[in-house]
Write a protein that binds this ligand. Structure first.
Ligand code: ARG
Length: 427
């Protein structure tokens, strides 16, 4: 059945989709299937995963612990940028995909494979991220997406598995579609598809219910060097353990729940629930330290580029020249972002309550309202204001003063009609 030498590397999660895909790729597409499972923080039992892949018919099953690579090369750049898609989503899933694609490509080259495969559906962003990343890294490889191609629903997949003796996990099936890595947990589908419905308690796994979290909260201190976190509460930690610890600390106080109606690249609006305790905590701390150590202009331009960076990464363009250039800019801003930030975690919020840095641009002798230590030249303000306001004075003198009412919103014609209440008769 299998043509020798026709190898395909399948990104394998161990779930129903990818287990059926092992068999389908072997028998419907005539590949020798080698599976690759990548631990980005959520792989509990690698041996069981390998066993299941082999049982489903894979010729070999690899597991890679990529947690350190993930945090150093994907999460830390996002943190330095301050990236959040549409202002809220810290991009956990979107950051994981380009790394998985790169590791698939590397294994494909080692194994002499001609194709790679993933279990993405045809409606999401993830298929785009994989396909585009693989095309950029290894144009010679074919990308196969069985779940997009085979036109089986869930019950047909279960029947297919039963018919072909494929063992699928016996754990009770989650009512949601979930993707998780160290930087966050993405939850969608099921009752969440109604954007009016509050996410039920079972949608969350990493965060305490804020209402039930300790009222007193807790204080946490994050230390940064060169724009990156290096210690929590005075204890130096390697990148991946630091993120793990931050997830546990902030999650215990209900920090990091995000409920978002998001615009997918494929044109769909979709309701997404995220849990990202470490991302929310570290991003708040990092922003606070940047506020202390970066100039107003750098902060402003950096924020503009952060939005662009987040969009690129969301859209699967991690391996683009523009993403690389924007990252280089962000890195160049981070040299002086060093110091400590104190935050209070309490019932769902992470509030900055203190920050300090040897590199602070904040100068007490300039900021103080206390006459004693004041070094600010108050008289210089007068000349500054005169020139700063010059264009406005000129405009008012030549073109007249602006009056209130000139900035009323332009309503569409329907809304401008007089509204008549019940019983008040025709207008
Ligand atoms: N909407 C998010 C994104 O596109 C999360 C996707 C989650 N993926 C999943 N298979 N559940 O990044």
């Amino acid at each position: 059945m299998t043509a020798p030498g026709r190898r395909c590397i399948l990104a394998y999660s161990g779930g129903l989709d990818t287990s059926v895909a092992v068999h389908w790729l072997t028998h419907e597409r005539h590949f020798e299937v080698v599976t690759l499972s990548i631990d980005l923080g959520e792989t509990r039992d690698p041996a069981a995963l390998q066993g299941r892949a082999l049982q489903a018919g894979a010729v070999a099953a690899h597991v890679i612990d990529a947690r350190d690579l993930f945090v150093r090369h994907f999460v830390w750049p996002a943190l330095m940028v301050g990236a959040r898609y549409q202002g809220v989503y810290p991009l956990a899933t979107a950051l994981g995909r380009p790394l998985i694609a790169r590791l698939l490509v590397e294994l494909a080259r080692e194994e002499g494979a001609t194709a790679v495969a993933h279990g993405c559906t045809g409606k999401g962003n993830d298929q785009v991220r994989f396909d585009v990343a693989v095309a950029a890294l290894a144009p010679e490889l074919t990308v196969v997406a069985p779940v997009r191609d085979w036109e089986m629903g869930r019950s047909e997949e279960i029947a297919y598995a039963a018919a072909h003796g494929i063992e699928v996990p016996v754990t009770r099936e989650s009512p949601y579609s979930i993707d998780a890595n160290l930087w966050g947990r993405s939850v969608e589908t099921g009752v969440l598809e109604d954007p009016w419905v509050e996410p039920p308690a079972d949608a969350y796994a990493w965060t305490a219910d804020p209402a039930a979290a300790p009222a007193a909260g807790a204080v946490v201190e994050v230390a940064f060097e060169g724009g990156l976190p290096v210690a929590l509460d005075g204890e130096r930690l390697e990148p991946a353990p630091l993120v793990e610890r931050a997830n546990a600390l902030a999650g215990a106080h209900g920090v990091g729940r995000i409920d978002h109606v998001e615009d997918r690249l494929v044109g769909i609006k979709s309701r997404e629930v995220y849990e990202a305790p470490a991302a929310v905590l570290l991003d708040a701390a990092h922003r606070a330290l940047e506020g202390l150590t970066l100039s107003r202009d750098v902060l402003r331009v950096k924020a503009l580029l952060a939005e662009e960076w987040a969009r690129l990464v969301y859209d699967g363009l991690w391996y683009s020249h523009l993403r690389q250039c924007l990252s280089a800019f962000a890195v160049a801003t981070q040299g002086h972002v060093a110091g400590e930030v104190r935050l209070r975690l309490a019932r769902g919020s992470a509030t900055v309550i203190g920050r300090r840095s040897p590199e602070a641009l904040y100068r007490p002798e300039l900021a103080t309202y206390d006459r004693a230590g004041d070094r600010f030249r108050h008289q210089a303000a007068e000349g500054f204001i005169s020139l700063f306001g010059l264009p406005l004075r000129t405009q008012a003198a030549v073109q007249g003063q602006l009056t209130e009412g000139s900035d009323r919103p332009l309503l569409p014609p329907r809304a401008q009609r007089r509204i008549v209440g019940p019983g008040s008769g025709p207008a």
